[in-house]
Design a protein around this ligand. Structure first.
Ligand SMILES: [Zn+2]
Length: 423
């Protein structure tokens, strides 16, 4: 019996719209879509950068093949492209599936990729696109992309439709602000809506890198490469396998014609924080959780600790916030614990090194010790009632701060003014 097939075919697109038909083995057809919005831009040039005209781009369907590979692997179906893909992609995607099958044989099967032929992208392309969420990893990557661009254009690409952002009515406001700040440093923000999470994802926390790379691929028409940011240092990344970005399968989602490189595997979170600490634009763009940085959750706290150790006492993007991070925090799973563990030693080293120096770092030493107790189970968390109390407190504070931030946004985003004037 022959293996089932998942077929990918072109659909008519145009300026700012790219789409493909996905035929599943059971007869169901899904449409994978990318749509570039331009209503967040205030400048005169609002023409979209994406071009979904398959005639013009040589019929390249690499983007859709990458986007749906998690579903094909999950269904145990071969991936058949009714069109062409970039050179070498058939082999790379097959290898991708073999590795993922090795990690999660219960979820993913190895597959074959077939296509009508290979495409050659136009030679006269230059510049790069950078996946941009506003988080520490993407800001660090964006800075690197600018440094190595040698004057060629750099475009930041934000995706709308991944995880919580889809429901987030403030996303457009956040994008407008980001576009303004980025414009000030000569970078255009492309805002791309995607329905990938409904069409191509099996489990978004595990496979979202394929959706991300899939959305960057169509920029290969005009740009010569793309960047994404690694979440963790190489050593830590291995603990998180199998998980979205990783040093083992990242390079298998793109070809040499339009390489999508992951930057940051050789940098710790603290090094990234130090990298952006001296850059006012990055500090103003920093977006850690939701539309607002709650300042309370584990992710906000770890980012603030990193920035604090780098000498930034009040990051402007945390708006209404205390000058120092909390002396306690709520770590809810082993992964968060691993990230914190990797941060404590270097943070403490910096605090020790500045023992005669800034008051801020001196305070950090004290706060560090308090947290150290809790994390290592020597602090108040050993008392059963304290931990739920902290959790309760954090939840209340988060809600309260969320309500305050929303109010501030209603008053036309005044919290940004301080930064905007500085820039
Ligand atoms: Zn938060």
């Amino acid at each position: 019996m022959s293996r089932p097939e998942l077929r990918v075919g072109p659909l008519p697109g145009g300026p700012g719209r790219v789409s493909a038909a996905i035929d599943l083995p059971d007869g169901e057809t899904r449409i994978l879509k990318l749509a570039e919005r331009t209503d967040h831009l205030s400048g005169p040039d609002r023409s979209p950068l994406l071009d979904g005209d398959y005639e013009a781009n040589g019929g390249d369907l690499t983007w859709a093949a990458v986007g749906v590979i998690p579903v094909a692997m999950n269904l145990g179906a071969d991936l058949v492209v009714d069109g062409v893909v970039q050179k070498g992609m058939r082999g790379r995607l097959a290898e991708f599936s073999e590795i993922w099958h090795g990690w999660r044989p219960d979820l993913f099967e190895a597959l074959e990729v077939r296509a009508e032929g290979e495409v050659t992208l136009p030679a006269d392309r230059s510049g790069s696109v950078v996946a941009f969420s506003g988080g520490l990893d993407s800001l660090h990557t964006l800075r690197h992309a600018r440094q190595v661009s040698s004057g060629d254009p750099v475009v930041a690409v934000s995706l709308w439709g991944f995880d919580y952002r889809k429901r987030d009515s403030y996303f457009l406001e956040v994008a407008r602000h980001a576009a303004e700040v980025l414009d000030g440093i000569g970078i255009r923000l492309a805002l791309v809506e995607t329905n990938w999470s409904e069409v191509g994802s099996v489990s978004i926390s595990m496979d979202y890198a394929t959706g991300l790379v899939s959305a960057l691929q169509p920029f290969g028409n005009a740009f010569s490469m793309a960047w994404t940011g690694a979440h963790h240092h190489r050593d830590l990344a291995e603990q998180f396998i199998p998980c979205s970005h990783n040093p083992f399968t990242d390079h298998l989602m793109s070809s040499n014609q339009f390489p999508v490189e992951t930057f940051g595997y050789d940098h710790s979170r603290l090094e990234k924080a130090e990298d952006i600490a001296g850059d006012p634009a990055s500090l103003g763009l920093l977006r850690v959780c939701n539309a607002f940085n709650c300042g309370v959750c584990e992710k906000c706290q770890r980012t603030r600790w990193g920035l604090f150790a780098a000498g930034v006492l009040r990051p402007p993007s945390f708006g209404w916030t205390l000058p120092l991070p909390r002396p306690w925090l709520v770590v809810s799973n082993p992964w968060q614990q691993a990230i914190f563990d990797s941060m404590w030693t270097p943070i403490m080293e910096r605090a020790e090194a500045s023992s005669n120096g800034s008051v801020g770092l001196w305070k950090l030493r004290i706060q560090y010790r308090m947290i150290g107790w809790q994390v290592e189970g020597r602090g108040p968390w050993r008392v059963p009632l304290i931990k739920p109390f902290f959790r309760f407190l954090a939840e209340k504070e988060k809600r309260f701060r969320g309500a305050v931030e929303k109010l501030r946004w209603r008053l036309r985003g005044r919290r940004w003014k301080r930064y905007d004037h500085q820039s």
